[in-house]
Design a protein around this ligand. Sequence first.
Ligand code: GH3
Ligand code: MG
Ligand code: MG
Ligand code: MG
Length: 305
Amino acid sequence: MAHDTFETQIHKRCTQAKILIVDDSPIFIAMYESMLSELGECYCVGSAKEALSLLAKHDFDVALFDHHLPDGTGLRLCKMVRRVHSSRQLPIFIITGSSDETLEQKCWEVDCSDFISKPFHAITLKHRVLAQLRLKFAVDLLQETSNQDQLTGLHNRRAIDDVIQRRSLRKGHVFSIAILDVDFFKKFNDEYGHQAGDECLVKVASIMKSCVRGPDKLSVRYGGEEFLILLPDTELKDAIAIAERVRSEVAKAQIPHIKSPMGVVTLSAGVATYGGDCLTWRALLKAADECLYQAKREGRNRLVS
Ligand code: GH3
Ligand code: MG
Ligand code: MG
Ligand code: MG
């Protein structure tokens, strides 16, 4: 599978950006829309209040605030957005007819991304917005790829830290994990070659993706042929059902493996849940790992919890 280069992906995103325009003048709105039409879709509103309500509903890629608004200023709006959304991720432009240096100074102080005084040329606005979009999308892409396993497209170990930080294990929390490991994979590589081995891992990962759904449930390539499924808010019995489904679907896929007693590629799985003796992340991992090794000892292609 050929992947788009970074540059191509950034370029593509720069034609599909979600742009927020906040200005009380319909004439200016129409002008900005036509200047920026090549960069994506414009959402236009005439007041700070409407802007805040749209910002709560959508993830924008860039925002343009006129300074003089009927219910406040672009400066104040920028300050509020930076506070609420806390991140530097959204590029914010403040546009004004004033050439007051003090105002410009204040706009930089509230962390606007760019400041433009009217009048300006159409290409000036377009290229300055484009520069901010390129930067934002480059950061987005780096963030996405740094949490992703390159071979399978699953999450990698780095992504686990994000989940653990967001969903720290606490008393009363329900949190389960499953570790799944391909059986006799060394023999698979020896028999069919490393490239076939890679393809096998991609298939297993795609089965896993189809079995593990939901925004917080995370499928991770944990090591070479070892996978981890993070299951927040999932009781042990539901975690077992999910991992068992992955195990049985992989067996059903009938990927030939003549050096395995099963004749096809299979997985062994260990499942553990937070609570009892497992009160830390390490203890939880260790418990699931011990279950996995029991599954291996008992003959593989099975799940132990
Ligand atoms: P068990 O049933 O006990 O799990 O045996 P196993 O052979 O699967 O386990 P072992 O840990 O002995 O070997 C794992 C093999 O997985 C060895 C390594 O070459 C292979 N492997 C690890 N990462 C990759 C990869 O990215 N691609 C391929 N093709 N092979 C990999
Ligand atoms: Mg105005
Ligand atoms: Mg293995
Ligand atoms: Mg292994």
